[in-house]
Design a protein around this ligand. Sequence first.
Ligand SMILES: [Zn+2]
Length: 242
Amino acid sequence: MRNQILVLETLQRVDMELSQLEKNLREYPEKIADYENEIETSRLKLENSKKTREEILKSKSRTELEIAQNEELIKQAEQKLFEIKTHKEYEALQKQIADTKRKNSELEEKLLEEMERLEETESRLSKEEEELASKESEYSDKIAGFKDKIEELKIQYQPKKEEKEKIASGLSPEILPVYERVKKRNGFVLALARNEVCTGCNMNIPPQLFNEVLTLSRLIQCPNCQKFLYCEEEPKSEAKTG
Ligand SMILES: [Zn+2]
């Protein structure tokens, strides 16, 4: 049965390597997707800022145009003042000039705000451009690295699977499903038995059973954690018989 223990040990080692391969094959694409998402988020942020800048620029030129048109109106009205005959008309025109000037001072305030917003947006935009560029260069290396690793893992996967099957074929057929069950439950399938204690779960092993572990007359599972028990020393002829 020592041979079966050795098979179990090898199987466990190869199986762990296989699990690690499977884990990486699952996780690396997720990591790539995370990096790609981060780049995309930065890109969208930048797009938004660019859109905002466009809107501010458009609104700013509309304001500037309105101010210029109003200034022209004021100029024309002020010239007309000299040609007016009646007091009533004069007053009406003066009121119109005052109204237009008031409107223009409001527009000038609006223009100042727009210029401030434009400045803020442009400084944010240049930061976002730097951020995107640095993410793109940093992450594209990482993404390429993960893609290479995935290709390597894919190459290793099938042979490793075949290796596991080959090793498993060295086990008694009824042991394999037990092995899979124990592995699923515990991760590790082997536990060292020492001084009538299972080191896998630290529970006592009944003396009769421990004796069987020592003599390796058959594969013994820990009654508590179900792991296959083995001992370090070679079976001794003077081992107690219980
Ligand atoms: Zn145990």
